[in-house]
Ligand binder design. Sequence first.
Ligand code: COA
Length: 373
Amino acid sequence: MIKAAISGTGLYTPPDVISNEELVEAFNQYVVNFNELHASDITDGTVQPLDESSAAFIEKASGIKNRRVINKSGVLDPTRMAPYIAERSNDEPSIQCDMAVHAANEALEQAGKTVADIDAVIIACSNLPRAYPALSVEVQSRLGIDGFAYDMNVACSSATFGIQAAVNAVENGTARAVLVISPEICTAHLNFKDRDSHFIFGDACTAIVVEQMETVTSQHVYEVVSTKLKTVFSNNIRNNFGFLNRCDESGQGKPDKLFVQHGRKVFKDVVPMVAAMISDHLKENTLSPENLKRMWLHQANLSMNKLISKKVLGRDPSSLEAPVILDEYANTSSAGSIIAFHKYRDDIKQGDIGVICSFGAGYSVGSVLLRKC
Ligand code: COA
């Protein structure tokens, strides 16, 4: 029986950094401008004044200190509050394609593979640039891969769902090796005018090489022991942007066409779901929490990750057992758990078990159990 392994990962980190302080300064200037502009309506009670944000609140509530972004100036412009990302002509590579190629090249180098060894490209991310042609086919062409490609979106769980698809392709013989790439420009769907969520996201792109165990040549190889996925419908994280928007003018430009969440409810619903998923997945593979040396968790909220790890391990995790990248990257949707895996894995020992676990909108949860080879 063919077994699949992860043999390389790559990361594209945008050069621009925004600290909580910078973000809050821009937000608070937007609030001052809004309240001045609507002063008379606020006085007669027809418009609610906006409240200021706070850098201290953001760090305490989420664990986020900085975020990497594709464009800083647009986000920090209080008259705009959105990144500037220029449209490109059809003859140029799209921006997500550029990010994907960068991360893919690093993953291929780590795996000791060339594009000739890859049969498929899966773009797995929360936001795709257009309806068609698929971004994955564009990336496949830029990389020069002979094979097939497709896009998939399972929000924050896209990468782990993509890994399961890649593992299936490798283990059933339809591909020798697959690239799973997650180019996330979360700042483009974030409402920077919304106090409750303006601090949540950043941008990044990750890539993973999944190949047959018997072809691996990389120094750091992780056998995929098992994958497990779950989805449960919820409106608590939602974005109504879509191709039907043009059919009803009354909804165009409304806040629901960007990311909206009920953060408290998400926290309450998702923590037990994820902890149960990892615990069950271990049991199904005759493993116990003591076997689990690392948890590369989705990076949305620090307290959430601490609570999930505590429920799974039955004690507080050490900082190495559940590494955090959220402080410097914020939530990069599906890229988050893979960034944690990319940065904090080489020190675990041969035979050690780790889990990549993502969770988010849908709701969706993806668990990938790995054994270091
Ligand atoms: N600055 C200052 N205060 C703020 C604020 C801001 N930017 N945003 C909210 N507050 C205030 C609220 O008004 C509220 O005040 P009140 O208690 O006087 O009513 C208080 O802070 C708590 O607000 P709340 O929204 O309940 O915060 P929280 O502690 O739940 O933290 C999140 C918010 C979003 C960080 C947290 O709920 C979370 O991360 N949830 C999980 C989200 C998740 O995983 N999503 C997946 C996305 S893919």
